[in-house]
Ligand binder design. Structure first.
Ligand code: ZN
Length: 425
C-alpha cells in the first residue's frame, strides 16, 4: 500500500449571529440567484425560520418557491420527489431551512437537477455507482434549525434506501453548501430531548473525527479526484474537533436544563459547526456506522419530545448509545488521543495510564449521557441479544465510515460491541 501523503481542508463559509437569517436575501443576491427553491419540512413550514427566510429573499427581488415536503428521515423516494420539483422549477439557487434532512435533500435536489442522472449513479458504493460529481453545483445556502448535524459544512447527503432497508448516501465535496447561516434564534424552540440528541450527535462527530484512522494510514488515491471527503484524522480536523468537544461537554447540560440560556445555546450551536468542519474533513467511524441499523430497525420506541405514533431512535441517540463500547475497543490503537479527548471533556487524566484510555473516555461519555437523560443502552430502546446478528448485518455495508475506525472491526468484533452497548450503566 502506498500511504496517503496529502490532506485538504474544505468548508463552507459560515455566518454566525442572532438574527443573521434576515441577511439570506443579500447572500443569495450576491450569488447571482434569481429563482430559489427553499426546502423545509411540514413541521417547520409555518415557523419563524422559514417565514424570515422567505421574506428576506423576496426583499431582494428573488423569486422564492417553498418546497415543504422534506421527509424528516429522508429516503430515496423523498429525495426523488424533491429532485423532480427542482428539475421542473428551473432554479438557480437553493436554500435549506431545517435539520440535516432539509440540507441533505437540498444537496440531492441541487446535484440531480444540475447533472441529471439515474438516481444510483452518484450514490456511495457498494450500493450505488459512486460516480464523482462532474463539476460545480448551483449555490446552496443552509439555515440549520437544530444544533446537531453540522450538515451545513459537509458534502454528504444521507438517506434510507428503502429497497435494501439500509442507510446510505452521496458524498462529494461539490455538494457542500456555499454558506451556512448559523443563527441561534432558530434553535430556541427545540424540545429538551431533541436538543440532547443533537448535542450528543455533534459530540460524537467530534470524538470520532478526532480518533479516526489518521489520513496518512490509509491508501493514497490513484487520482486526486478520488481522494475521499472523509480523509481520516488530520491536523486541521483535530483543531475543530477538539474545540467542539470542549464546548459541548461543558455547555450542553446548561442548554438542556434552561432553553432560555441564549449564551450556552449559541455556543453549542457554534460548536456543532466546529464539529461539522472536523468530521466533514476527518470523517466518522464505528459509532456512526453502527447507528444506521439501530435507527433503521426500530420497532416501537418513541422518545420523549418527538411526535407520538412515529417510532424512531433519533440519529444522535443511535450514535451515542454505541459510543462508549466503541471507544473502549478503539483506545488501544491510539490511547493518547483517547485520553486527550477525555481531558477535553473535563476528566482528570494526570494519573491515567494508556491502558485506562478507553475506560476513561467511555465513562466521560456515559456521565454526560446520564446528565442529559439518554436511555440506558440499546436494551432501553427495544433491542435484545437476539437482534445483534441483524444489527451487525446492517453495519457491514457501511464500510465508507467503518473503515476509518483506528482499529479494524470484524463481524465478530461488531457483535461484541453491540452486546456491550445493550446496557451502559
Ligand atoms: Zn451524526
Amino acid at each position: 500500500m502506498k500511504p496517503e501523503t496529502a490532506f485538504s481542508m474544505e468548508t463552507s463559509s459560515i455566518k454566525y449571529g442572532p438574527g443573521v437569517t434576515r441577511e439570506v436575501g443579500w447572500d443569495m443576491e450576491e450569488q447571482g440567484a434569481h429563482r430559489v427553491m427553499v426546502l423545509t419540512d411540514t413541521n417547520l413550514r409555518d415557523k419563524e425560520p422559514v417565514s424570515v427566510t422567505l421574506e428576506a429573499l423576496r426583499k431582494h427581488s428573488i423569486d422564492a418557491v417553498l418546497y415543504d415536503q422534506v421527509n424528516v428521515e429522508p429516503t430515496d423516494v423523498s429525495f426523488k420527489e424533491a429532485i423532480q420539483f427542482a428539475e421542473e422549477g428551473h432554479f438557480d439557487g437553493f436554500v435549506a431551512v431545517g435539520g440535516g434532512s432539509s440540507m441533505d435533500t437540498a444537496k440531492a435536489a441541487n446535484l440531480y437537477s444540475t447533472y441529471p442522472a439515474d438516481f444510483m449513479t452518484y450514490v456511495n458504493p457498494p450500493i450505488g455507482g459512486g460516480k464523482p460529481v462532474p463539476g460545480a453545483l448551483k449555490p446552496l445556502i443552509a439555515v440549520p434549525t437544530t444544533a446537531g448535524t453540522g450538515s451545513e459544512t459537509t458534502g454528504v447527503a444521507i438517506f434510507d434506501f428503502l429497497e435494501m432497508n439500509a442507510k446510505t448516501g452521496i458524498a462529494h465535496r461539490a455538494l457542500r453548501p456555499i454558506k451556512g447561516i448559523v443563527d441561534p434564534n432558530n434553535t430556541r424552540s427545540l424540545p429538551q430531548m431533541v436538543a440532547a440528541c443533537t448535542g450528543l450527535d455533534q459530540l460524537t462527530h467530534a470524538l470520532e473525527s478526532l480518533t479516526a484512522l489518521p489520513y496518512n494510514q490509509r491508501p493514497a488515491p490513484e487520482h486526486p479526484k478520488l481522494r475521499p471527503a472523509y480523509q481520516g484524522a488530520n491536523p486541521i480536523s483535530h483543531i475543530w474537533a477538539s474545540r467542539a468537544i470542549e464546548i459541548i461537554s461543558h455547555k450542553l447540560v446548561r442548554v438542556i436544563e434552561d432553553p432560555s440560556d441564549d449564551e450556552a445555546r449559541g455556543e453549542v450551536l457554534l460548536a456543532a459547526t466546529y464539529a461539522g468542519i472536523g468530521f466533514g474533513n476527518g470523517g466518522v467511524h464505528l459509532p456512526h456506522g453502527m447507528s444506521y441499523p439501530v435507527s433503521g430497525m426500530v420497532r416501537d420506541y418513541v422518545p420523549e419530545g418527538y411526535p407520538p405514533g412515529h417510532p424512531l431512535v433519533p440519529h444522535g441517540m443511535a450514535v451515542v448509545l454505541n459510543a462508549p463500547a466503541v471507544f473502549r475497543f478503539t483506545a488501544p490503537a491510539n490511547p493518547e488521543v483517547h485520553l486527550y479527548a477525555a481531558k477535553l471533556m473535563g476528566k482528570d487524566i494526570s494519573r491515567a495510564s494508556p491502558e485506562d484510555a478507553g475506560e476513561v473516555l467511555a465513562s466521560a461519555v456515559v456521565e454526560l449521557m446520564r446528565k442529559v437523560g439518554m436511555p440506558n443502552g440499546l436494551s432501553a430502546v427495544g433491542y435484545g441479544p437476539e437482534d445483534v446478528d441483524k444489527l451487525v448485518e446492517g453495519t457491514l455495508p457501511q464500510h465508507r465510515v467503518t473503515k476509518l475506525s483506528p482499529r479494524p472491526a470484524s463481524a465478530e468484533d461488531l457483535k461484541q460491541l453491540f452486546l456491550d452497548s445493550l446496557k451502559l450503566w
